[in-house]
Design a protein around this ligand. Structure first.
Ligand code: TXA
Ligand code: MG
Length: 311
């Protein structure tokens, strides 16, 4: 496995690896992605295998901009409005597949819809431009584990199964993109809370529906983002055997998602903190209450999945 700074020569190298059907870890502003040529079913099959990801769970196609997205997805004007407001950036749009789209069926898990996103990180933009076609890129972790926010996290999780890791520094936002489905009639559904707060989307779309009534969120398994340690949530006073992850005024010990109670800072710290706590070998982690406003919705969503243990 090779790690290289995400600059000129390494980007060109990465594009060549992708053209040959290989896998490249790329930095984005949300989390690191594991990129493959979205138009090449063999490359995408290899990507599913390396992640240990079930084939029913579709991938996001990463494109440079709205023009490129339109070649893959049939957007309602409401979807275009969202793209203009938030792209490039941490918004993924789900819409019917375009008739002549290039993304392969396997990447879309055979669905009639496709998820597309134009990431803002300059290295991701440069790689997509150098490659010249959509990149399928799930988070660069084994399926079900914590998403990576640094090149080192990717190396620790995927090792030699990835051909090249582009190091673009720590992910600025630290939480995956917000996923919104816009149906052919313009109705919006929030499929995954993420780095853009629901209220910022709803300012454009009006109230978003919840998944279930009509639109599927195939990847939203209840156990996900899981550290090895047991996790207890909404805890103000930890048990003696628990390591504590604080927030704002709730603090015991030195670890906190944000001492000043800032949700953006907490989002950026969340996955790295879960990894660091896990690395101590602790068996039990307790997490302070996180308000459910703004980015708190996505942080609480990830914490609940990380805490879930199948019966
Ligand atoms: O921030 C992000 O979105 C990161 C970076 C790398 O771009 N990517 C990411 O990908 O989080 P992944 O594969 O870990 O999560 C994508 C989610 C999955 O839950 C998947 O089920 C959902 O998107 N998805 C993909 N295509 C879909 C579709 N057609 N309909 C509904 N959900 C879809
Ligand atoms: Mg993921």
């Amino acid at each position: 496995m090779r790690i290289a700074l995400a600059e000129g020569a390494a980007i060109a190298d990465a594009a060549t690896i992708l053209q040959r059907g290989g896998l490249v870890a790329m930095p984005t502003e949300t989390v690191y992605g594991l990129a493959a040529d979205a138009t090449n079913p063999r490359a995408v099959a290899h990507l599913f295998a390396v992640k240990g990801r079930p084939h029913f769970n579709p991938l996001i196609a990463h494109v440079p901009d709205l023009g490129a997205a339109r070649r893959e997805a049939a957007f309602h004007p409401r979807a275009e409005e969202l793209a203009r407001a938030f792209w490039p950036g941490p918004l993924t749009l789900v819409a019917p597949r375009a008739a002549d789209g290039r993304v392969c069926d396997l990447a879309c898990a055979g669905l009639a819809t496709i998820a597309v996103r134009a990431p803002a990180h300059p290295a991701a933009q440069a790689l997509i431009a150098a490659f010249g076609a959509p990149l399928a890129a799930p988070s660069a972790n084994r399926s079900g584990r914590v998403s990576p926010t640094t090149a080192q996290h990717v190396a620790a999780d995927l090792g030699d199964d990835v051909d090249l890791i582009l190091d673009g520094g720590p992910s600025r936002l630290g939480l995956e993109s917000t996923i919104v489905a816009i149906a052919p009639d313009g109705r919006g559904t929030l499929l995954r809370p993420g780095a853009i707060a629901r209220s910022d989307i709803e300012a454009i779309t009006g109230p978003l529906a919840a998944p279930g009534d009509g639109v599927d969120a195939p990847g939203m398994l209840s156990a996900h983002y899981a550290p090895r340690a047991r996790l207890r949530l909404n805890v103000e006073a930890p048990h003696p055997d628990e390591l504590y992850l604080g927030f704002g005024v709730h603090a015991h010990g030195e670890r906190t998602l944000s001492a000043r109670g800032d949700l953006e800072e907490a989002a950026a710290n969340l996955y790295a903190m879960l990894r660091a706590l896990d690395a101590t070998g602790a068996e039990a982690i307790a997490v302070a209450p996180i308000p459910h406003t703004g980015l708190g919705e996505a942080i609480n969503d990830r914490l609940q999945r990380a805490a879930f243990r199948p019966a």
